[in-house]
Design a protein around this ligand. Structure first.
Ligand code: PGA
Length: 265
């Protein structure tokens, strides 16, 4: 299958795995990945795991030892570089650890921690300016979809971040994650996902131009599993996945990498 932007498989552990479990995860992932003589990695396949902040250091050390092809990222990073923001972590702190990628605007951050389109914009702009790669999450709720507002919501969320801004498509990746599909087992069908991804790509075109649109990876997220990933990856505008529940065990994440690898050949 031809994937012009390659594939990006990423896992969001959410609030799972402290440092000890993190080290065990990577040790197992490393052994699973080298089981066959054929490596399951390719220059066209990017892999990343977003771990809890307290496990970032353990993840970096263990990934370096067992699975150097897996990037380690932060689930949340503040837009200010320092200051009175209790409980937050900043870009410079993460850089010091060796972290180069972060999620922004995950729907659980929007739902439970008061993040908005405005804070997503501030975080995205600040972190890209600081040299980070950003995986920006957008997506509609169930009631917004039922009211036929999906396109409006995606337009609002992307316009807030991209209007008047020219991101480097190598640094900014979009994750389309319909909120009704996250953690529910209700994956969007490949048709539903592809339709939304086409909308996202068209919006990037309108806001940032054709070249940026064509070069930007758009990942699907929401109940992705080893059962449904292959079909999702056949869609021309789906460039990979952001996976929650199925990224938490090394067996399942390794299988997701294998499926992505096989989809490229
Ligand atoms: P899920 O989570 O795969 O468990 O639905 C996806 C996400 O929140 O990124």
């Amino acid at each position: 299958m031809k994937k012009p932007r390659g594939l990006f498989i990423s896992g969001n552990w959410k609030m799972n795995h402290g440092p000890k479990a993190t080290e065990a995860f990577f040790e197992k992932l490393g052994s699973l990945n080298t089981q066959n003589s054929k490596p399951k990695i390719s220059p066209h396949l990017r892999a990343a795991l977003f771990t809890p902040s307290v496990s970032l250091n353990a993840a970096l050390t263990a990934a370096n030892k067992y699975t150097p092809f897996v990037e380690i990222g932060s689930q949340n990073t503040h837009f200010e570089e320092k200051g009175a923001f209790t409980g937050e972590i900043s870009g410079p702190m993460l850089k010091e650890l060796g972290i180069a990628i972060t999620l922004v605007g995950h729907s659980e951050r929007r739902q439970h921690f008061g993040e908005t389109d405005e804070t997503s914009k501030k975080r995205t702009h600040s972190l890209l300016n600081q040299g980070f790669s950003v995986l920006l999450c957008i997506g509609e709720t169930r009631s917004e979809r039922e009211k036929g507002e999906t396109q409006n919501v995606l337009t609002r969320q992307l316009t807030a971040v991209l209007e008047g801004f020219k991101p480097d498509p190598k640094k900014l990746t979009i994750a389309y994650e319909p909120v009704w599909a996250i953690g529910t087992g209700l994956t969007a069908t490949p048709e539903q996902a592809e339709e939304a991804h086409q909308t996202v790509r068209k919006l990037i075109w309108d806001l940032c131009g054709m070249e940026t649109s064509a070069a930007t990876s758009v990942l699907y997220g929401g109940s992705v599993t080893t059962q449904n990933l292959k079909a999702l990856l056949t869609c021309p505008n789906i460039d990979g996945a952001l996976v929650g529940g199925a990224s938490v065990t090394p067996e399942s994440f390794s299988e997701l990498i294998s499926i992505s690898y096989a989809s490229l050949t």
